[in-house]
Structures are given as structure tokens and as C-alpha cells.
Design a protein around this ligand. Structure first.
Ligand SMILES: Nc1ncnc2c1ncn2[C@@H]1O[C@H](COP(=O)(O)OP(=O)(O)OP(=O)(O)O)[C@@H](O)[C@H]1O
Ligand SMILES: [Mg+2]
Length: 251
């Protein structure tokens, strides 16, 4: 479904992503892990066209994304969440989730003149309610982000990403900052979203989450792929163990 081919991104002298390739297969939960600064978020920014790589291709469903702009990505049915929450503080939960759909309306701009605006708004509202139900935040729709605990905000952000019905969902550290119970919930949510037909590319440091939800894991270090396989293969991979032990010693 998604082919990342020989992608290189340099920031000055630093190669944040270095001739990196990976394939994400349709229907899977595919995790991308690696130490801090490995290049994971940079790769997400390449896929969503926020960053243009110096080299390499991103092919989605057989089509190159290279010439697209960030705002085109949602029309390709790719959606994401951010490592640092990016919710609108001045909007309530309903409006934040709703903002995930508005793009599709802009795309069909001429429908304003065909009198279907009302039906669009009705459908969009129904969709927000459906997704809020899915993420168990229906009773929070009128709250503002500043009034809500972090665990709920992470779910609101994921709901906003899912409301546009993406086929590929990129999640950048959905469990970061969550307590034990919230982490257990997020595992179920990731699996539930996947069961509803969304392919998931997951960046996550919490190994408990990664090992539990992933079909495939790719390990990145200093911008390079160092291993790929099932959770079992990765947890027994010597190079991976070395990288993670090294990180712990360093800490
Ligand atoms: N806009 C930028 N300008 C310069 N350097 C950058 C920029 N964005 C990222 N980097 C550098 O590129 C490298 C990869 O960063 P990236 O954020 O992709 O890592 P990461 O794997 O997501 O790490 P983490 O797990 O800490 O989120 C790091 O050394 C980082 O400092
Ligand atoms: Mg990151």
C-alpha cells in the first residue's frame, strides 16, 4: 500500500533519514521504532509532504506522492496524529473533530451552489457523533481542550484523524504521556481502528504497546533501517537489543 523507497532527508550536515526504504502492507498494524532522534517523525513528515526529501520516492497505492502538497494528502485518504498534540484550543471537542472533515467539503466546492450544504453539515455531524462514540468521548463534545485530561485529548486527536475515513492512519506516539490504564485503552483503540479497515503506521516508544499491537515492526537508528520482522523476531534481534540496551545505559 505504501512504499518508501530510498528516502534521504538532510538537515545541514545531518542525515536524519538515510537511504531508508520500507513497505507498509494493506490491513496491517506496522510499527516504526527506534531511539530518540532516529528519524521517525521526519519520515512521517516526508509521507505527509511537510518535508521534501533530497532523495527517494513515496509511492501510495502505486502513485507517487512526491509532487503533492500537505493539504492534498487528506484527499489520498492518509491521515495522521502529531507527537505534540495539535488540537485547536479555541474549539470544543466537537469542533476539533469536525475540523477533520471540512477539507472534503472544500474539495467539492461547487456543492455549495447545488444546495447540498445542509445535507453535508448533517452528514458531517452524524460522522462526528459516530467517531465520538467509537472513541468513547461522546460526553466530552462540548468541553474545550484545556478542561480535559491528556488521555482524553490523545483520543480526541485520533478521532479527528479518523473522521475523514482514512485508509492509512499515521500515529506518532499515541501512548506518550499516558498512564497505565490509558495505555491499555489506547492499545484496544488502535486494534479497533485497524479492524475497521484502516492500515496503521505506528511510531511508539512504549514497547508494551508495540509488541502487543504490531503485525510488523521496522527498527530505525540514525536514519537507517536496522531490522524488520514480527514482534517475536524483533525482540530476539541482537542488533536491536544492542541499540536499546545502549540507550538505557546512556540514560
Ligand atoms: N527541522 C529540523 N531541523 C534540523 N534538524 C532536525 C529537524 N527535524 C528533526 N531534526 C533532527 O533530525 C533527527 C531526527 O529527528 P526526528 O524528530 O525525526 O526523530 P524521532 O525518531 O522522531 O525522535 P523521537 O523519538 O525523539 O521523537 C534528529 O537528530 C533531529 O534533531
Ligand atoms: Mg518523533
Amino acid at each position: 500500500m505504501l512504499e518508501i523507497k530510498n528516502v534521504t532527508v538532510s538537515f545541514g550536515g545531518l542525515k536524519a533519514v538515510n537511504d531508508f526504504s520500507m513497505n507498509v502492507k494493506e490491513g496491517k498494524i506496522h510499527s516504526l521504532i527506534g531511539p530518540n532522534g532516529a528519524g521517525k517523525t521526519t519520515l512521517f513528515n516526508v509521507i505527509t509532504r511537510i518535508i521534501t526529501p533530497q532523495q527517494g520516492d513515496i509511492i501510495f497505492k502505486g502513485e507517487s506522492l512526491n509532487d503533492l502538497h500537505p493539504h492534498d494528502i487528506i484527499h489520498k485518504s492518509i491521515s495522521r496524529t502529531f507527537q505534540n498534540l495539535q488540537l485547536f484550543q479555541s474549539m470544543n471537542v466537537f469542533q476539533n473533530i469536525y475540523s477533520g472533515i471540512v477539507y472534503q467539503y472544500n474539495k467539492s466546492f461547487f456543492s455549495i451552489f447545488s444546495g447540498s450544504r445542509v445535507s453535508f453539515e448533517r452528514d458531517a455531524t452524524d460522522k462526528v457523533l459516530e467517531v465520538a462514540e467509537m472513541f468513547d468521548i461522546k460526553n466530552r463534545l462540548s468541553s474545550y481542550p484545556s478542561q480535559l485530561p491528556y488521555g482524553i485529548l490523545k483520543r480526541v486527536e485520533m478521532a479527528r484523524a479518523v473522521v475523514s475515513d482514512p485508509v492509512l492512519l499515521l500515529l506518532d506516539e499515541p501512548a506518550a504521556g499516558l498512564n497505565y490504564l490509558e495505555t491499555e485503552e489506547i492499545k484496544d483503540i488502535i486494534k479497533m481502528v485497524n479492524k475497521k479497515g484502516k492500515t496503521v503506521l505506528l511510531v511508539e516508544h512504549d514497547m508494551n504497546v508495540v509488541m502487543n499491537v504490531s503485525d510488523v515492526i521496522t527498527v530505525m537508528n540514525f536514519g537507517k533501517k536496522i531490522a524488520e520482522g514480527t514482534p517475536e523476531e524483533i525482540s530476539n534481534n541482537e542488533e536491536v537489543i544492542k541499540v536499546y540496551l545502549g540507550e538505557e545505559e546512556h540514560a
